[in-house]
Each structure stands twice: as structure tokens, then as C-alpha cells.
Design a protein around this ligand. Structure first.
Ligand code: C5P
Length: 239
């Protein structure tokens, strides 16, 4: 089977507070997504990387000028949610010749610290697996269940047992023929759609158990304003 990467890049990035889609915010001299795509392009096993953009996107080419060539694919089929963007991207991969038994590695545009070695490790560890898997890390912090107090402030209601809890990262690697119906079925009603925050959650909902492959703490998703400064420092020390 071949391996494809799919990068949902159609978000509006409201939480990042940078006044525009966070994937186009500059970090260490390039847009966030340009770093992400450079790492994927450096993985020889990936036949192609498909970037899913919002239909109205007019910024991508300007922000990722190096994303060209036969292995660089773009589709303006982004949806209202990340899961919809991914489902639409999977249909596009099939339309371009990918087969149901091929692997797809879904990776957030906003995880711009990705290293090619981590992708290669995920592929090596999951290729022989029935289901597939994802990069993830055992939780180090103590986990709190939060509620709004009477004063309107966030308050800890209880401590959640963190043993055997992992934080999910991306890439997440599954067969196209399993992931597409899994996401489509999760999206078919609003309650299950809201519970699908990554690809693995849709696979788990079908009763499968994705493999957890140890990721790296540097594989952050730039989400909050301070994340850009951290990403910048990490990228600069690598260069
Ligand atoms: O907002 P969040 O950090 O969860 O987004 C994760 C990734 O999904 C980002 O790369 C974002 O561009 C993408 N996304 C998308 N389509 C949406 C929402 C988010 O492709 N409708």
C-alpha cells in the first residue's frame, strides 16, 4: 500500500488571536504551514501530500511558495469543521487514484514543528497493523475536570485519573477505506460529530483500537497566542 499525507488547512484559527488564519501566521521567517509542509515533503515514503484549503482561500500559494511539484497537491474543498475538511480531502485522494487499502496520514497544518523522523517512525510502527495509529504522549500534568463557579471563574471540580491517559497528536495514520466511512458515520449526527476531535476518535467509535506511537513534546499545535513565540524559539534553535 502507498502512503499519502492529508493536511487540513481550512480553519479560521479564532483561538490564536493573530487576526487571521493561524496557519498563515509567520514563525521563524515562514508561514506556519510552510514549515509543516516542508517536513512532510522530506518524507520519501509519502507519495503525495494533499492540502485541504477553504474554497475562498486566496493566501495559500503566497504563504507556501515552496510547495510545488508532483508530490504537492492542493484541493479547495474545506468544510465547516476539521472533520468535514478531512472527509472531503479523502474523497479527493480517491478521485486522484488513491486506493481504499492505501494509508493516509492526517496532519494538522498548525503542527509546524513536525520532524520527518517522527513521520517515518509512525509509518514503520503502524504499517503492519490492522487498524493504524497516531503519535501521542502519556500525560505528564495532573488533569482537572473544570466547571464555571458561581463567580463565573473556571474552577476545578475534581481530579481526573491521569494513569493510562495519553494526549493525541498528529499525524494519525489509517487506511482510506476505514477512515472515510468512520468519519462519515460520525458526521451523520450532530452529537457524534461534536465528539470527533481527531481521526482516531472516529475509528474508536467503530470499536477499533488505534496504536499509540510515542510522539515528541515539541510536536505542539500552535493554538494560543503564546504558542507562536515558543514555536519560533524551537525552530530557531534547530536551524
Ligand atoms: O482549530 P484546530 O486547531 O483544531 O484545527 C486543526 C487543523 O484543522 C488546522 O490545521 C486547521 O486549519 C484545520 N481545520 C480545517 N477545517 C476547519 C477547521 C479546522 O481544515 N473547518
Amino acid at each position: 500500500p502507498r502512503c499519502y499525507a492529508l493536511v487540513p488547512c481550512a480553519g479560521v484559527g479564532e483561538r490564536a488571536g493573530v487576526g487571521g488564519p493561524k496557519q498563515y501566521h509567520p514563525v521563524a521567517g515562514q508561514a506556519v504551514v510552510a514549515h509543516t509542509l516542508a517536513a512532510l515533503q522530506a518524507v520519501p515514503r509519502l507519495v503525495a501530500t494533499l492540502v485541504v484549503l477553504s474554497p475562498a482561500d486566496d493566501q495559500f500559494e503566497r504563504h507556501a511558495p515552496a510547495f510545488t511539484g508532483e508530490r504537492a497537491w492542493v484541493a479547495r474543498v474545506g468544510g465547516a469543521t476539521r472533520a468535514e475538511s478531512v472527509v472531503n480531502g479523502l474523497a479527493e485522494l480517491l478521485a486522484r487514484g488513491a486506493q481504499p487499502h492505501d494509508w493516509v496520514l492526517v496532519h494538522d497544518a498548525a503542527r509546524c514543528l513536525l520532524r520527518p523522523e517522527w513521520v517515518a517512525r509512525l509509518i514503520a510502527d503502524c504499517e503492519a497493523d490492522e487498524v493504524g495509529g497516531l503519535l501521542a504522549l502519556p500525560l505528564a500534568d495532573t488533569l482537572k475536570a473544570a466547571v464555571r463557579g458561581a463567580d463565573g471563574e473556571a474552577r476545578a471540580q475534581a481530579t481526573v485519573d491521569r494513569t493510562a491517559k495519553w494526549a493525541a497528536q498528529t499525524p494519525q495514520m489509517f487506511r482510506l477505506g476505514l477512515l472515510r466511512p468512520a468519519l462519515a458515520s460520525a458526521l451523520s449526527d450532530p452529537v457524534s460529530a461534536a465528539a470527533i476531535t481527531d481521526e482516531a476518535s472516529a475509528i474508536e467509535a467503530l470499536g477499533h483500537m488505534p496504536r499509540l506511537v510515542p510522539g515528541d513534546w515539541e510536536n505542539i499545535k500552535v493554538t494560543w497566542p503564546g504558542d507562536f513565540a515558543l514555536a519560533e524559539r524551537l525552530l530557531r534553535t534547530r536551524a
